[in-house]
Design a protein around this ligand. Structure first.
Ligand code: FPP
Length: 240
């Protein structure tokens, strides 16, 4: 993407994506839904590399929601295997790629092997700053806020905090996204126009771009289109 100096300065530093449409992509081709997720995983790789090449510092992706447990065991298992493979590769190539991995969501319900890979990837990549990928895994925005509220209440009960003095900035330290700037841009492909419990706190002032393309067909040119749309928006944060 060819950027003017003004655009370079306005480039979103954090983009969040709801990777939607894998199932429909597979159905259109007469393939099982799991084939759609496999193709979606490849798209994720391409888009993560592209984000790095254009200077996006944080990429958050909705990989598995707290509601996705309602899907068939076969589909859940296939998604978990894709994630395990990706993280095992990420750990292997960590020195070369210098990607920082973070995980948002309640990892306690994941199978122990995947959970271990997540924790290893997070620990070992903590000092890399080329690009940070935030995987939302067993993630739900309301669940994140409730877990944060419980952790804050526990600190109040332990005498470490006072409830009266709580501020938004202090509460953010209890969220999974602590220390990560809010996404300026949230993209949802596949034609659906809703947030589906994805980063509701963090996206309070984000620009939303909804696109008709299905996630496995989403390419760097679609990300460019979303960023161009973002450049056209006038962000006022409640001011005039
Ligand atoms: C939503 O599409 C997508 C998901 C629930 C899973 C997203 C996961 C991936 C793209 C693979 C992750 C793997 C790596 C390596 C990051 P959908 O299944 O709801 O699609 P549909 O609405 O068309 O049925």
């Amino acid at each position: 993407m060819a950027l003017s100096d003004k655009e370079k300065a306005l480039m979103p530093q954090h983009i969040a994506i709801i990777m939607d449409g894998n199932g429909r992509w597979a159905k259109k081709r007469g393939l099982p839904r799991t084939a759609g997720h496999k193709a979606g995983g490849e798209t994720f790789r391409t888009i993560a590399n592209y984000c790095r090449s254009i200077g996006v510092k944080y990429l958050s992706v909705y990989a598995f929601s707290t509601e996705n447990w309602k899907r068939s065991q076969e589909e859940i298992g296939a998604l978990m295997i894709l994630l395990e493979r990706y993280l095992a590769e990420g750990l292997r190539d960590m020195e070369k790629n210098k990607v920082c991995f973070r995980f948002f969501g309640d990892l306690s319900r994941l199978n122990p092997r995947l959970r271990k890979l997540c924790l290893q990837a997070q620990e070992r990549s903590a000092d890399y700053h080329e690009v940070q990928v935030n995987f939302c895994l067993n993630y739900g925005g309301r669940d994140e806020i409730v877990r944060a509220a419980k952790a804050f209440a526990a600190d109040v009960a332990a005498g470490k905090r006072s409830a009266d003095s709580l501020t938004e900035a202090e509460f953010e330290n209890y969220l999974d996204s602590a220390g990560v700037p809010d996404p300026e841009l949230v993209i949802r492909p596949s034609g659906e126009q809703r947030l589906s419990n994805f980063l509701p706190w963090q996206s309070a002032y984000s620009e939303f771009v909804f696109m008709d393309v299905l996630w496995p067909d989403f390419g760097p040119e679609d990300l460019d289109k979303a960023i161009e749309e973002y450049f056209r928006r006038n962000r006022r944060f409640g001011g005039v």
